[in-house]
Design a protein around this ligand. Sequence first.
Ligand code: GUN
Length: 301
Amino acid sequence: MGIQAVRILDGKACAEQIRREIGEQVRRLRADGMRVPHLAAVLVGDDGASETYVANKVRDCGEVGFESTVVRLDGGVGEAEVLAKVAELNADEAIDGFIVQVPLPGHIDEQKINLAIDSAKDVDGFGPENLGRMCLGLPAFVTATPNGVMELLARNGIATEGKHCVVAGRSNIVGTPLSILLSRNASPGNCTVSIAHSRTKDLGELCASADILIAAIGRPGFITADMVKPGAVVIDVGTTRVADSSRASGFRLAGDVDFDSVAPKCSWITPVPGGVGPMTRAALLQNTLKARQRRQDISNV
Ligand code: GUN
């Protein structure tokens, strides 16, 4: 095949566009005298990455005109106290949706927390009802990163039908839901999907057969040029903090894809940062707006 120019899938610009659209809808709610969406985030402990993620979510809310609340709990808090906070947020009429930032400290069972969140407020879409509804093609809060990836494909007009898509990583948050979305009879969708994981044999060969390669492993630079088919679309979900003494923060964010060697082979590729990350954040805003719109008291001030 001939050499084609690689195109960058600009998640930052795409997310800005989505925030503008959401901001416009919030202005309309306000103009109609209605209450604006309100997102709450529960942050347990003081994990640096989680602090940054939650701070970004709060900033995004401010930018589009949402209200936001951060609930901070000490890292030594017991599971019962987190569950009590979840129950409180479930019952709080002023909160349209909330998330419990993960990872949680090891002594707290994340699944138990997910099961306790009211599905109508589960804007992360981590709970069984939303995941199940998504599988069935019913209206649901779709997990933010998979939703963001689908938006990125859709808004850039990337054809997916009949393509072989390899999703490397089978997490409940990213790999598993994304593999379902990509295989469903929808647009984007209709891919033939392979899910690869730590026990997959000949992973490199499998990846090299992908028309669309999604890297969601969490190992910086894992995907190298020999694992990529010429002309492939490469989506890098990885955002691992790696030490970098040249930065004031002491780290930089590294994707799962060895960008410099892989990019020249691709038709499209997401950068890290500025690819999937901003789309994940935008997708959470979309879900929160949807949660607000679905509340029965939509006409309340
Ligand atoms: N930790 C990393 N990503 C996410 C996310 O999308 N939601 C929550 N709750 N925690 C996360």
